[in-house]
Design a protein around this ligand. Structure first.
Ligand code: ATP
Ligand code: MG
Length: 279
């Protein structure tokens, strides 16, 4: 498949008579990170909710793997291969890492839960993600914010989704933990997932995104190549402050091929945490 994994075209979503988003279009190629940036009320969560099947689409289309799809429930989204990590993470604090990862999808043998297999697969996944989790047999209540985010992201990968949506994954994190999560997002891209990163944080977005989609007042206000765009341009698009933003909004989005060529190996961007503090 050469087209984007996920494509939204002119999406309109309403809350009763109120318009949540009026015209949102975006494309998420495999192996890329697309950031959704915008100020409060811009429409980020509404867009996420529509993709995740939490709220119906009023008009416009969602296509997955080149085919138009109806996503009427979270189960529909999961079945297509779209996983969402919500800001509250929804982890069970009293359960350990393995139990949280496999909750509701436990592996069983004839004798009951296959704890050994689940633990081995958990370690394999965490190693693939270069995750720094000291033990998978401690309750997640004892983990740091960054580690909890890691567990939530790892859990979202259990069903082998193609697209992973992360809602403000660094909002509650310190500097070192943020760096860990940004590295994790790069691992997701390396694994070939299409990642949607919802964020308020321009530095995070510029550190990991390939493409930045700015939403303002429920509609697109520019699609930018994250390698080339400056934070000034993004601020202008977010706030609608300048003619520059309007010009950028009018410019055609970069072709998907141009984005896919930007592999981590072409531009290593390891985000190293500072040597002290942050935990
Ligand atoms: N449950 C709701 N009922 C009615 N209107 C809503 C609801 N949720 C969001 N809206 C409206 O939809 C628009 C988009 O809001 P949304 O929450 O998607 O923005 P956002 O970009 O996620 O903002 P934030 O950065 O504050 O999280 C806003 O005008 C908002 O008031
Ligand atoms: Mg929101």
């Amino acid at each position: 498949m050469t087209g984007p994994l996920l494509k939204l075209e002119h999406l309109e979503v309403r809350y009763g008579d109120l318009i949540g988003v009026s015209d949102v279009s975006l494309e998420v190629p495999a192996g890329s990170v697309v950031a959704l940036l915008g100020s409060n009320g811009g429409g980020k969560t509404t867009t996420l909710n529509a993709i995740a099947g939490l709220i119906p689409v009023h008009s416009g289309t969602i296509s997955f793997n080149g085919e138009e799809v109806q996503i009427s429930s979270p189960a529909d989204a999961r079945a297509l291969g779209i996983a969402t990590v919500y800001q509250d993470l929804a982890l069970c604090d009293n359960l350990d890492v393995v139990a949280n990862l496999w909750l509701g999808r436990e592996l069983v043998t004839s004798g009951g839960l296959d704890e050994v297999e689940m633990e081995q697969r958990t370690w394999t996944l965490l190693r693939e993600l270069s995750a720094k989790i000291p033990s998978v047999r401690i309750p997640v209540a004892g983990l740091s914010g960054g580690q909890r985010q890691t567990v939530a992201i790892a859990r979202s990968l259990i069903g082998d989704p193609r697209v992973v949506i992360l809602d403000e994954p660094t909002a509650a994190l310190g500097v070192a933990q943020t760096a860990e999560v940004l590295n994790l997002i790069e691992r997701l891209r390396e694994r070939g997932h299409g990642v949607i990163l919802i964020s308020h944080n321009m530095a995070d977005v510029l550190a990991v995104a390939d493409r930045v989609v700015v939403l303002r007042l429920g509609r697109n206000n520019g699609v930018f190549n994250a390698v080339e765009v400056t934070s000034e341009t993004l601020v202008a698009a977010i706030t609608g402050a300048s003619g520059g933003a309007r010009r950028a909004a009018a410019a055609p989005p970069p072709p998907p091929e141009a984005k896919i060529t930007r592999l981590p190996s072409a531009r290593p961007r390891r985000i190293d945490p500072p040597s002290a503090g942050g935990r």
